[in-house]
Write a protein that binds this ligand. Structure first.
Ligand SMILES: Cc1cc2nc3c(=O)[nH]c(=O)nc-3n(C[C@H](O)[C@H](O)[C@H](O)COP(=O)(O)OP(=O)(O)OC[C@H]3O[C@@H](n4cnc5c(N)ncnc54)[C@H](O)[C@@H]3O)c2cc1C
Length: 411
Protein backbone atom coordinates (compact mmCIF):
# COMPACT_ATOMS: atom_id res chain seq x y z
CA UNK A 1 0.00 0.00 0.00
CA UNK A 2 1.30 3.44 -0.92
CA UNK A 3 2.41 5.60 1.97
CA UNK A 4 0.16 8.54 1.09
CA UNK A 5 -2.98 6.42 0.97
CA UNK A 6 -5.61 7.37 3.48
CA UNK A 7 -7.58 4.91 5.55
CA UNK A 8 -10.87 6.03 7.03
CA UNK A 9 -12.73 3.96 9.63
CA UNK A 10 -16.35 4.72 10.55
CA UNK A 11 -17.09 3.66 14.13
CA UNK A 12 -14.74 3.64 17.11
CA UNK A 13 -15.63 0.50 19.01
CA UNK A 14 -13.95 -2.90 19.24
CA UNK A 15 -13.93 -3.74 15.52
CA UNK A 16 -12.38 -0.34 14.73
CA UNK A 17 -9.81 -0.70 17.50
CA UNK A 18 -8.61 -4.09 16.31
CA UNK A 19 -8.44 -2.81 12.73
CA UNK A 20 -6.23 0.06 13.91
CA UNK A 21 -3.99 -2.30 15.88
CA UNK A 22 -3.48 -4.57 12.88
CA UNK A 23 -2.80 -1.67 10.54
CA UNK A 24 -0.24 -0.24 12.93
CA UNK A 25 1.41 -3.65 13.39
CA UNK A 26 1.98 -3.68 9.65
CA UNK A 27 2.56 -0.04 8.90
CA UNK A 28 3.33 2.87 11.18
CA UNK A 29 3.05 5.51 8.46
CA UNK A 30 -0.37 5.14 6.86
CA UNK A 31 -2.83 7.92 7.55
CA UNK A 32 -5.78 6.69 9.64
CA UNK A 33 -8.88 8.74 10.42
CA UNK A 34 -11.73 7.52 12.60
CA UNK A 35 -15.20 9.03 12.34
CA UNK A 36 -17.45 8.45 15.32
CA UNK A 37 -20.83 9.74 16.33
CA UNK A 38 -20.22 8.85 19.97
CA UNK A 39 -18.72 11.28 22.46
CA UNK A 40 -17.11 8.49 24.40
CA UNK A 41 -14.64 6.27 22.63
CA UNK A 42 -12.94 2.89 23.00
CA UNK A 43 -15.03 1.65 25.89
CA UNK A 44 -16.38 -1.85 26.46
CA UNK A 45 -20.05 -1.97 25.49
CA UNK A 46 -20.67 -5.14 27.53
CA UNK A 47 -19.75 -3.11 30.62
CA UNK A 48 -22.07 -0.11 30.19
CA UNK A 49 -24.54 -1.56 32.67
CA UNK A 50 -21.97 -2.21 35.39
CA UNK A 51 -22.33 0.28 38.19
CA UNK A 52 -19.16 -0.19 40.16
CA UNK A 53 -16.56 -0.15 37.50
CA UNK A 54 -13.32 1.77 37.39
CA UNK A 55 -12.33 3.76 34.28
CA UNK A 56 -9.46 1.32 33.83
CA UNK A 57 -11.90 -1.56 33.48
CA UNK A 58 -14.42 0.41 31.46
CA UNK A 59 -12.05 1.60 28.75
CA UNK A 60 -11.13 -1.22 26.42
CA UNK A 61 -8.00 0.66 25.45
CA UNK A 62 -6.56 3.57 27.36
CA UNK A 63 -7.75 7.06 26.59
CA UNK A 64 -4.58 7.86 24.64
CA UNK A 65 -5.04 4.93 22.28
CA UNK A 66 -5.84 7.09 19.26
CA UNK A 67 -3.07 9.57 19.94
CA UNK A 68 -0.50 6.84 20.53
CA UNK A 69 -1.46 5.19 17.25
CA UNK A 70 -1.40 8.46 15.37
CA UNK A 71 -5.09 8.28 14.46
CA UNK A 72 -7.09 11.45 13.69
CA UNK A 73 -10.53 11.54 15.25
CA UNK A 74 -13.59 13.22 13.81
CA UNK A 75 -16.64 13.45 16.08
CA UNK A 76 -19.45 13.46 13.55
CA UNK A 77 -21.88 11.11 11.86
CA UNK A 78 -21.17 9.63 8.43
CA UNK A 79 -24.31 9.92 6.31
CA UNK A 80 -23.27 8.91 2.79
CA UNK A 81 -20.41 7.06 1.14
CA UNK A 82 -19.16 8.26 -2.21
CA UNK A 83 -16.50 6.65 -4.41
CA UNK A 84 -13.57 8.29 -2.63
CA UNK A 85 -15.13 10.29 0.15
CA UNK A 86 -17.47 10.11 3.13
CA UNK A 87 -20.12 12.79 3.59
CA UNK A 88 -20.71 13.78 7.22
CA UNK A 89 -23.84 15.13 8.88
CA UNK A 90 -22.09 18.50 9.21
CA UNK A 91 -21.80 18.48 5.36
CA UNK A 92 -18.03 18.10 5.61
CA UNK A 93 -16.48 15.48 3.33
CA UNK A 94 -13.57 13.24 4.26
CA UNK A 95 -11.48 11.65 1.51
CA UNK A 96 -10.39 8.03 1.68
CA UNK A 97 -8.54 5.54 -0.44
CA UNK A 98 -9.62 2.60 1.75
CA UNK A 99 -12.63 2.60 4.02
CA UNK A 100 -13.73 0.33 6.88
CA UNK A 101 -17.31 0.32 8.11
CA UNK A 102 -17.27 -0.67 11.77
CA UNK A 103 -20.69 0.79 12.53
CA UNK A 104 -22.15 -1.97 14.68
CA UNK A 105 -25.81 -2.54 15.33
CA UNK A 106 -28.82 -0.56 16.46
CA UNK A 107 -31.58 -1.50 18.88
CA UNK A 108 -34.77 -3.04 17.54
CA UNK A 109 -37.70 -0.79 18.41
CA UNK A 110 -41.03 -2.63 18.44
CA UNK A 111 -44.20 -1.03 17.22
CA UNK A 112 -45.88 -0.45 20.59
CA UNK A 113 -48.15 2.45 21.46
CA UNK A 114 -46.14 4.85 23.65
CA UNK A 115 -42.73 3.41 22.72
CA UNK A 116 -41.44 6.93 22.03
CA UNK A 117 -42.41 8.15 25.48
CA UNK A 118 -39.93 10.04 27.67
CA UNK A 119 -39.80 7.14 30.10
CA UNK A 120 -38.69 4.59 27.46
CA UNK A 121 -35.00 3.85 26.86
CA UNK A 122 -32.72 1.49 25.02
CA UNK A 123 -29.43 0.26 26.46
CA UNK A 124 -26.82 -0.19 23.77
CA UNK A 125 -24.25 2.51 24.42
CA UNK A 126 -22.69 4.64 27.12
CA UNK A 127 -25.01 7.57 26.50
CA UNK A 128 -28.08 5.33 26.94
CA UNK A 129 -26.74 4.13 30.30
CA UNK A 130 -26.11 7.71 31.41
CA UNK A 131 -29.58 8.87 30.40
CA UNK A 132 -31.12 5.98 32.34
CA UNK A 133 -29.10 6.82 35.45
CA UNK A 134 -30.27 10.45 35.34
CA UNK A 135 -33.91 9.55 34.72
CA UNK A 136 -33.84 6.85 37.41
CA UNK A 137 -33.59 9.33 40.28
CA UNK A 138 -36.49 9.01 42.73
CA UNK A 139 -38.18 6.29 40.67
CA UNK A 140 -38.90 2.79 41.87
CA UNK A 141 -40.69 0.64 39.31
CA UNK A 142 -39.30 -0.44 35.98
CA UNK A 143 -40.28 -2.73 33.15
CA UNK A 144 -37.82 -4.38 30.80
CA UNK A 145 -39.06 -5.61 27.45
CA UNK A 146 -37.18 -8.75 26.45
CA UNK A 147 -35.22 -11.32 28.44
CA UNK A 148 -32.09 -11.88 26.39
CA UNK A 149 -28.53 -10.66 26.91
CA UNK A 150 -29.34 -6.94 26.98
CA UNK A 151 -32.54 -7.46 29.00
CA UNK A 152 -30.61 -9.30 31.72
CA UNK A 153 -27.88 -6.66 31.78
CA UNK A 154 -30.59 -4.01 32.03
CA UNK A 155 -32.19 -5.89 34.94
CA UNK A 156 -28.93 -6.03 36.87
CA UNK A 157 -28.31 -2.37 36.13
CA UNK A 158 -31.74 -1.30 37.41
CA UNK A 159 -31.53 -3.65 40.38
CA UNK A 160 -28.30 -1.90 41.33
CA UNK A 161 -30.14 1.42 41.09
CA UNK A 162 -32.74 0.13 43.55
CA UNK A 163 -35.67 -0.60 41.20
CA UNK A 164 -38.44 -3.16 41.47
CA UNK A 165 -38.22 -4.84 38.11
CA UNK A 166 -40.65 -6.66 35.87
CA UNK A 167 -39.29 -8.38 32.78
CA UNK A 168 -41.79 -9.14 30.02
CA UNK A 169 -40.75 -11.82 27.53
CA UNK A 170 -42.66 -12.95 24.48
CA UNK A 171 -41.30 -16.50 24.53
CA UNK A 172 -41.83 -19.20 27.17
CA UNK A 173 -38.33 -18.81 28.63
CA UNK A 174 -35.40 -16.39 28.90
CA UNK A 175 -32.73 -16.51 26.16
CA UNK A 176 -35.11 -18.65 24.12
CA UNK A 177 -32.92 -18.69 21.03
CA UNK A 178 -29.96 -20.26 22.84
CA UNK A 179 -31.29 -22.02 25.94
CA UNK A 180 -33.39 -25.18 25.80
CA UNK A 181 -36.51 -25.71 27.94
CA UNK A 182 -34.62 -27.24 30.88
CA UNK A 183 -31.88 -24.64 31.17
CA UNK A 184 -34.39 -21.88 30.36
CA UNK A 185 -36.43 -22.92 33.37
CA UNK A 186 -33.40 -22.96 35.66
CA UNK A 187 -32.46 -19.49 34.51
CA UNK A 188 -36.06 -18.27 34.87
CA UNK A 189 -36.12 -19.54 38.48
CA UNK A 190 -32.94 -17.62 39.24
CA UNK A 191 -34.27 -14.43 37.66
CA UNK A 192 -37.46 -14.72 39.70
CA UNK A 193 -35.44 -14.40 42.90
CA UNK A 194 -34.55 -10.89 41.80
CA UNK A 195 -37.30 -9.67 39.49
CA UNK A 196 -40.81 -10.43 38.39
CA UNK A 197 -40.63 -12.41 35.16
CA UNK A 198 -43.66 -12.58 32.89
CA UNK A 199 -43.34 -15.09 30.05
CA UNK A 200 -45.50 -15.74 26.96
CA UNK A 201 -46.71 -12.17 27.00
CA UNK A 202 -46.01 -8.81 25.42
CA UNK A 203 -46.67 -5.13 25.97
CA UNK A 204 -49.36 -3.44 23.93
CA UNK A 205 -49.15 0.04 25.41
CA UNK A 206 -46.70 2.08 27.45
CA UNK A 207 -48.00 5.00 29.48
CA UNK A 208 -46.18 7.45 31.76
CA UNK A 209 -46.46 5.24 34.78
CA UNK A 210 -47.57 1.85 33.57
CA UNK A 211 -47.40 -0.78 30.86
CA UNK A 212 -50.43 -2.66 29.60
CA UNK A 213 -49.87 -6.26 28.61
CA UNK A 214 -51.55 -8.28 25.88
CA UNK A 215 -53.13 -10.32 28.66
CA UNK A 216 -54.75 -7.12 29.98
CA UNK A 217 -52.54 -6.97 33.08
CA UNK A 218 -51.24 -3.54 34.07
CA UNK A 219 -47.75 -3.13 35.50
CA UNK A 220 -46.44 -0.07 37.25
CA UNK A 221 -43.58 1.33 35.17
CA UNK A 222 -42.02 4.74 35.66
CA UNK A 223 -39.10 3.61 33.54
CA UNK A 224 -39.09 1.16 30.62
CA UNK A 225 -36.08 -0.36 28.89
CA UNK A 226 -36.62 -1.84 25.49
CA UNK A 227 -34.19 -4.75 25.14
CA UNK A 228 -35.46 -7.01 22.41
CA UNK A 229 -32.20 -7.15 20.50
CA UNK A 230 -30.12 -5.36 17.91
CA UNK A 231 -30.00 -5.40 14.14
CA UNK A 232 -27.03 -4.55 11.95
CA UNK A 233 -26.61 -0.91 11.01
CA UNK A 234 -26.88 -1.22 7.25
CA UNK A 235 -28.65 2.00 6.25
CA UNK A 236 -25.63 3.99 5.15
CA UNK A 237 -24.25 1.04 3.17
CA UNK A 238 -27.59 0.39 1.47
CA UNK A 239 -28.02 4.05 0.63
CA UNK A 240 -24.55 4.11 -0.88
CA UNK A 241 -25.10 1.13 -3.20
CA UNK A 242 -23.22 -1.48 -1.15
CA UNK A 243 -24.77 -4.94 -1.19
CA UNK A 244 -26.70 -5.72 1.98
CA UNK A 245 -28.86 -8.50 3.23
CA UNK A 246 -29.69 -8.72 6.92
CA UNK A 247 -26.18 -7.36 7.45
CA UNK A 248 -23.64 -5.81 5.09
CA UNK A 249 -22.49 -8.54 2.69
CA UNK A 250 -18.72 -9.21 2.75
CA UNK A 251 -16.34 -11.71 1.17
CA UNK A 252 -13.88 -13.80 3.16
CA UNK A 253 -11.46 -10.87 3.26
CA UNK A 254 -14.16 -8.67 4.85
CA UNK A 255 -14.46 -6.63 1.66
CA UNK A 256 -17.93 -5.38 0.69
CA UNK A 257 -19.36 -5.42 -2.82
CA UNK A 258 -17.37 -2.20 -3.45
CA UNK A 259 -13.66 -2.46 -3.87
CA UNK A 260 -11.69 -0.62 -1.19
CA UNK A 261 -14.64 -0.63 1.20
CA UNK A 262 -14.50 -3.20 4.01
CA UNK A 263 -17.04 -3.89 6.75
CA UNK A 264 -16.54 -5.60 10.11
CA UNK A 265 -18.26 -6.46 13.39
CA UNK A 266 -21.93 -6.32 14.27
CA UNK A 267 -22.89 -4.60 11.00
CA UNK A 268 -21.92 -7.54 8.74
CA UNK A 269 -22.97 -11.04 7.96
CA UNK A 270 -19.96 -13.32 7.63
CA UNK A 271 -19.12 -17.02 7.81
CA UNK A 272 -20.69 -19.08 10.59
CA UNK A 273 -18.54 -22.21 10.46
CA UNK A 274 -21.13 -24.35 12.23
CA UNK A 275 -24.10 -23.39 10.11
CA UNK A 276 -22.06 -23.26 6.93
CA UNK A 277 -23.60 -19.96 5.88
CA UNK A 278 -22.96 -16.27 6.22
CA UNK A 279 -24.93 -14.64 8.98
CA UNK A 280 -24.88 -11.92 11.59
CA UNK A 281 -22.99 -12.95 14.75
CA UNK A 282 -23.07 -9.87 16.95
CA UNK A 283 -20.53 -10.69 19.64
CA UNK A 284 -17.42 -8.94 20.86
CA UNK A 285 -14.69 -11.54 19.98
CA UNK A 286 -15.98 -11.88 16.44
CA UNK A 287 -16.00 -8.11 15.93
CA UNK A 288 -12.43 -8.01 17.20
CA UNK A 289 -11.26 -10.77 14.84
CA UNK A 290 -13.00 -9.32 11.79
CA UNK A 291 -11.54 -5.88 12.50
CA UNK A 292 -8.09 -7.40 12.57
CA UNK A 293 -8.67 -9.25 9.26
CA UNK A 294 -9.79 -6.07 7.49
CA UNK A 295 -6.93 -4.08 9.05
CA UNK A 296 -4.44 -6.60 7.71
CA UNK A 297 -5.97 -6.71 4.27
CA UNK A 298 -5.93 -2.99 3.77
CA UNK A 299 -2.38 -2.64 5.00
CA UNK A 300 -0.90 -5.22 2.68
CA UNK A 301 -1.07 -8.47 4.70
CA UNK A 302 -3.59 -10.67 2.93
CA UNK A 303 -5.67 -12.42 5.58
CA UNK A 304 -8.72 -14.62 5.20
CA UNK A 305 -11.47 -14.56 7.81
CA UNK A 306 -11.73 -18.17 8.99
CA UNK A 307 -15.30 -17.70 10.24
CA UNK A 308 -16.71 -18.00 13.72
CA UNK A 309 -19.68 -19.15 15.72
CA UNK A 310 -21.89 -17.59 18.30
CA UNK A 311 -21.11 -17.70 22.01
CA UNK A 312 -22.90 -16.08 24.91
CA UNK A 313 -21.43 -15.73 28.34
CA UNK A 314 -23.48 -13.99 30.98
CA UNK A 315 -23.86 -13.95 34.70
CA UNK A 316 -27.52 -13.97 35.73
CA UNK A 317 -27.73 -12.53 39.22
CA UNK A 318 -24.77 -14.70 40.18
CA UNK A 319 -25.66 -17.74 38.07
CA UNK A 320 -23.10 -18.07 35.27
CA UNK A 321 -24.24 -19.38 31.90
CA UNK A 322 -22.40 -20.01 28.66
CA UNK A 323 -23.97 -21.12 25.41
CA UNK A 324 -21.91 -22.06 22.40
CA UNK A 325 -22.83 -22.62 18.77
CA UNK A 326 -26.08 -24.40 17.88
CA UNK A 327 -26.99 -24.82 21.53
CA UNK A 328 -30.73 -25.05 21.04
CA UNK A 329 -31.21 -26.97 17.81
CA UNK A 330 -32.26 -30.56 17.37
CA UNK A 331 -29.46 -31.55 15.08
CA UNK A 332 -27.74 -34.49 16.66
CA UNK A 333 -27.01 -36.57 19.70
CA UNK A 334 -27.43 -34.75 23.00
CA UNK A 335 -25.42 -35.55 26.11
CA UNK A 336 -26.67 -33.90 29.28
CA UNK A 337 -25.77 -33.72 32.96
CA UNK A 338 -28.19 -32.13 35.40
CA UNK A 339 -27.88 -31.40 39.08
CA UNK A 340 -31.11 -29.77 40.20
CA UNK A 341 -29.90 -29.18 43.75
CA UNK A 342 -26.79 -27.24 42.88
CA UNK A 343 -28.39 -25.66 39.80
CA UNK A 344 -25.92 -27.13 37.36
CA UNK A 345 -26.79 -28.12 33.84
CA UNK A 346 -24.54 -29.12 31.00
CA UNK A 347 -25.51 -30.17 27.53
CA UNK A 348 -23.37 -31.01 24.53
CA UNK A 349 -24.74 -31.57 21.06
CA UNK A 350 -22.81 -33.81 18.72
CA UNK A 351 -23.36 -34.09 15.00
CA UNK A 352 -21.24 -36.26 12.74
CA UNK A 353 -18.87 -36.95 15.66
CA UNK A 354 -18.15 -33.24 16.16
CA UNK A 355 -19.49 -30.97 18.87
CA UNK A 356 -21.73 -28.33 17.32
CA UNK A 357 -23.31 -26.77 20.37
CA UNK A 358 -23.22 -26.64 24.16
CA UNK A 359 -25.00 -25.15 27.16
CA UNK A 360 -23.39 -24.66 30.56
CA UNK A 361 -25.44 -23.38 33.48
CA UNK A 362 -23.96 -22.96 36.95
CA UNK A 363 -20.72 -24.77 36.11
CA UNK A 364 -18.82 -23.21 33.24
CA UNK A 365 -15.24 -24.23 33.88
CA UNK A 366 -15.04 -26.66 30.92
CA UNK A 367 -16.64 -24.32 28.41
CA UNK A 368 -13.23 -23.16 27.15
CA UNK A 369 -12.11 -26.67 26.21
CA UNK A 370 -15.44 -27.38 24.52
CA UNK A 371 -15.18 -24.13 22.55
CA UNK A 372 -11.75 -25.25 21.33
CA UNK A 373 -13.10 -28.67 20.33
CA UNK A 374 -15.85 -26.99 18.33
CA UNK A 375 -13.54 -24.49 16.70
CA UNK A 376 -11.04 -27.16 15.64
CA UNK A 377 -13.75 -29.64 14.54
CA UNK A 378 -12.22 -32.36 16.73
CA UNK A 379 -13.67 -35.86 16.32
CA UNK A 380 -14.97 -36.62 19.82
CA UNK A 381 -16.27 -40.14 19.16
CA UNK A 382 -13.53 -41.75 21.29
CA UNK A 383 -14.17 -39.67 24.38
CA UNK A 384 -17.72 -38.38 24.07
CA UNK A 385 -18.79 -40.27 27.20
CA UNK A 386 -16.19 -38.36 29.16
CA UNK A 387 -17.17 -34.90 27.95
CA UNK A 388 -19.47 -34.14 30.86
CA UNK A 389 -17.49 -35.84 33.59
CA UNK A 390 -16.62 -33.62 36.53
CA UNK A 391 -12.92 -34.07 35.84
CA UNK A 392 -13.08 -33.72 32.06
CA UNK A 393 -9.96 -31.96 30.85
CA UNK A 394 -7.28 -31.92 28.19
CA UNK A 395 -6.11 -35.35 29.31
CA UNK A 396 -9.10 -36.82 27.44
CA UNK A 397 -8.61 -35.09 24.14
CA UNK A 398 -6.30 -36.11 21.28
CA UNK A 399 -2.67 -35.15 21.68
CA UNK A 400 -2.56 -33.06 18.49
CA UNK A 401 -5.31 -30.88 19.87
CA UNK A 402 -3.70 -30.65 23.30
CA UNK A 403 -0.38 -29.52 21.93
CA UNK A 404 -2.15 -26.88 19.87
CA UNK A 405 -4.32 -25.58 22.66
CA UNK A 406 -2.09 -25.94 25.67
CA UNK A 407 1.33 -24.62 24.95
CA UNK A 408 3.09 -25.69 28.18
CA UNK A 409 4.37 -29.15 29.04
CA UNK A 410 2.54 -32.46 28.79
CA UNK A 411 -0.58 -32.79 30.85
C1 LIG B 1 -25.49 -3.95 26.75
C2 LIG B 1 -24.66 -4.84 25.87
C3 LIG B 1 -24.03 -5.94 26.43
C4 LIG B 1 -23.26 -6.78 25.64
N1 LIG B 1 -22.62 -7.84 26.23
C5 LIG B 1 -21.83 -8.66 25.49
C6 LIG B 1 -21.12 -9.73 26.07
O1 LIG B 1 -21.23 -9.96 27.28
N2 LIG B 1 -20.32 -10.50 25.28
C7 LIG B 1 -20.17 -10.25 23.94
O2 LIG B 1 -19.43 -10.97 23.25
N3 LIG B 1 -20.84 -9.23 23.35
C8 LIG B 1 -21.66 -8.43 24.09
N4 LIG B 1 -22.32 -7.39 23.49
C9 LIG B 1 -22.15 -7.19 22.04
C10 LIG B 1 -20.84 -6.44 21.76
O3 LIG B 1 -20.81 -5.26 22.52
C11 LIG B 1 -20.78 -6.14 20.27
O4 LIG B 1 -20.68 -7.37 19.58
C12 LIG B 1 -19.58 -5.27 19.90
O5 LIG B 1 -19.60 -4.05 20.59
C13 LIG B 1 -19.59 -5.00 18.40
O6 LIG B 1 -18.56 -4.14 18.09
P1 LIG B 1 -18.56 -3.26 16.75
O7 LIG B 1 -17.27 -2.53 16.77
O8 LIG B 1 -18.89 -4.11 15.60
O9 LIG B 1 -19.80 -2.27 16.90
P2 LIG B 1 -20.33 -1.34 18.06
O10 LIG B 1 -19.71 -1.68 19.37
O11 LIG B 1 -21.80 -1.38 17.96
O12 LIG B 1 -19.81 0.09 17.64
C14 LIG B 1 -20.19 0.73 16.48
C15 LIG B 1 -19.87 2.19 16.63
O13 LIG B 1 -20.09 2.86 15.39
C16 LIG B 1 -20.72 4.09 15.64
N5 LIG B 1 -21.45 4.49 14.42
C17 LIG B 1 -22.49 3.84 13.86
N6 LIG B 1 -22.90 4.47 12.74
C18 LIG B 1 -22.10 5.54 12.60
C19 LIG B 1 -22.04 6.59 11.64
N7 LIG B 1 -22.87 6.63 10.59
N8 LIG B 1 -21.10 7.55 11.80
C20 LIG B 1 -20.23 7.51 12.86
N9 LIG B 1 -20.25 6.54 13.80
C21 LIG B 1 -21.16 5.56 13.67
C22 LIG B 1 -21.64 3.79 16.81
O14 LIG B 1 -22.03 4.97 17.46
C23 LIG B 1 -20.76 2.89 17.65
O15 LIG B 1 -19.94 3.63 18.53
C24 LIG B 1 -23.10 -6.52 24.25
C25 LIG B 1 -23.75 -5.42 23.69
C26 LIG B 1 -24.51 -4.59 24.49
C27 LIG B 1 -25.18 -3.40 23.85
Amino acid sequence: MKKKEKIVIIGSSVAAISAIESIRDNNKELSITVITKEKNISYSKPLISHLNITPNQFYYRDKNFYKKNNVSLIFDEAVLLKKNSVVLKSKRTVKYSKLILAIGGKPIIPDIKGINGKNVFTLTNFEDANKIRKFAKNKKNAVIIGCGMIGIKAAEFLKGLGFNITIVELMNRPFASVLDEKSGKMVADEIRKNAKLILNNSIVEIKNNECILKSGEKISAELVICAIGVVPNIDIAKKSGIKTNRGIVVDSFMMTSKENIYAVGDCVEAADILKGENRVLPIWPIAYRQGSVAGNNISGVKTKYEGGFVMNSVDIFGLPIITIGMSNENIGEEITAVDEKTKKYKKIIINDNKIVGAIFVGEISRAGIVTGLIRDSVDVSNFKDDLLKENFGYIYVPKEFRSKEVVPTEI
